[in-house]
Write a protein that binds this ligand. Structure first.
Ligand code: AHM
Ligand code: MG
Length: 333
């Protein structure tokens, strides 16, 4: 089998579609290299003293795990010096991270959730990194948080890595979705799936059902119908999977279809759901749409939402198009 590396893929993509300028290519390669480093740290587990909590709270009021902090540092350090970025924002940092003066400033802005699925770190279940790339607004001076508040439709690239039985990197630059597997011996990313398409027909759904008593009626109705199986209005037996790492749940859906839901609920109406628009919902929505699926917050296309704050949360419904359209329609009735 002829092996196509990430570098070759990016160069050829630029040549044939002109979608990946040299600076963006460098950015993606640097992020991919950082993910390799994170994968290595994750793989060491207890041997590398990377497990457990760091006893500090992040901006979301969540106790940070050691690996949350390590991964954040790896991504910041890797991306500071290349000259391709104007600033970075991370789920783990209160405000944006400026490029130090000693390095040149580039025209892209990088956002990331350095280690997604934190609750799975210590129990050896798949976790990952999610990232999103925006362009700095024209004529921007010193970057501010405001410059980051662009809708997901403005993303020029997005991707995620899954640190699981294999380490994979899934990437879109707006021209389909491709998956690269880390060759651990060679240390290189090898193209293993081209033009991924989410299967249209699905019998699988993912939601944290322990929150069922707090759901709003459209979500309850939709899930009840799935659970009614063959005897219910859907006349189909559905299966459920919940990994509690969005990266791993989305990766399953890209490969064999399904719907992923993290709805808002009645507990905190002003803080809808758990997932963050800029670090989780937008990049995943971009990937899912590029693979033929859909992503909404129950009412709107995720990528059309105008962000109000960097750490804004949104309800998320994404995956196979017909299912996302159905649960979205229930919200509109
Ligand atoms: P994190 O970024 O702090 O890890 O939180 C996000 C994760 C998602 O990966 C996952 O879908 C969700 O939280 C799981 O939530 P829950 O613990 O409610 O099942
Ligand atoms: Mg996360």
């Amino acid at each position: 089998m002829k092996r196509i590396s990430l570098t070759q893929y990016l160069v050829e993509e630029q040549r044939s579609h002109n979608t990946i300028p040299a600076e963006l290519r460098l950015l993606i390669e640097v992020v991919a290299r950082a993910c390799k480093t994170i994968s290595h740290a994750v793989g060491k587990g207890a041997l590398g003293d990377v497990l457990g909590t760091a006893n500090i709270e992040n901006v979301q009021g969540e106790v940070q795990k050691k690996l949350d902090i390590i991964s954040n540092e790896i991504l910041l350090e890797a991306n500071e010096w290349g000259g391709h970025l104007a600033a970075m924002a991370s789920e783990e940092m209160e405000t944006i991270h400026l490029i130090p003066n000693r390095y040149p400033m580039g025209e892209y802005m990088l956002l990331f959730d350095p280690l997604d699925g934190s609750s799975n770190i210590d129990v050896n279940v798949s976790i990952g990194t999610i990232f999103s790339v925006l362009k700095a607004p024209e004529g921007m001076g010193q970057p501010t948080e405001q410059d980051f508040l662009q809708p997901g439709s403005k993303q020029v690239a997005a991707g995620y890595a899954v640190y699981g039985p294999q380490t994979v990197l899934v990437l879109t630059t707006g021209n389909g979705v491709n998956c690269f597997t880390l060759d651990r011996e060679m240390g290189s990313w090898v193209l293993t799936q081209s033009n991924m398409q989410i299967p249209v027909e699905t019998r699988e759904y993912a939601i944290n059902a322990s929150n069922a008593r707090h759901w709003f009626p459209p979500v309850t109705r939709y899930v009840n119908e799935l659970q009614a199986g063959k005897a219910g209005p859907r006349e189909t037996d559905f299966n459920m999977r919940w990994i509690a790492s969005m990266v791993a749940d989305v990766h399953r859906i890209l490969n064999r279809g399904g719907i992923f839901m993290y709805p808002g609920d009645a507990r905190e109406p002003d803080k809808p759901g758990k997932l963050r628009l800029m670090y989780e919902a937008n990049p995943m929505a971009f990937i899912v749409e590029q693979a033929g699926g859909a992503a909404t917050d129950g009412a709107n296309r995720i990528m059309d939402i105008q962000p109000q704050k960097l750490h804004q949360r949104v309800p998320v419904f994404l995956g196979s198009k017909s299912e996302v359209e159905r649960v979205t329609a229930y919200h509109q009735q």
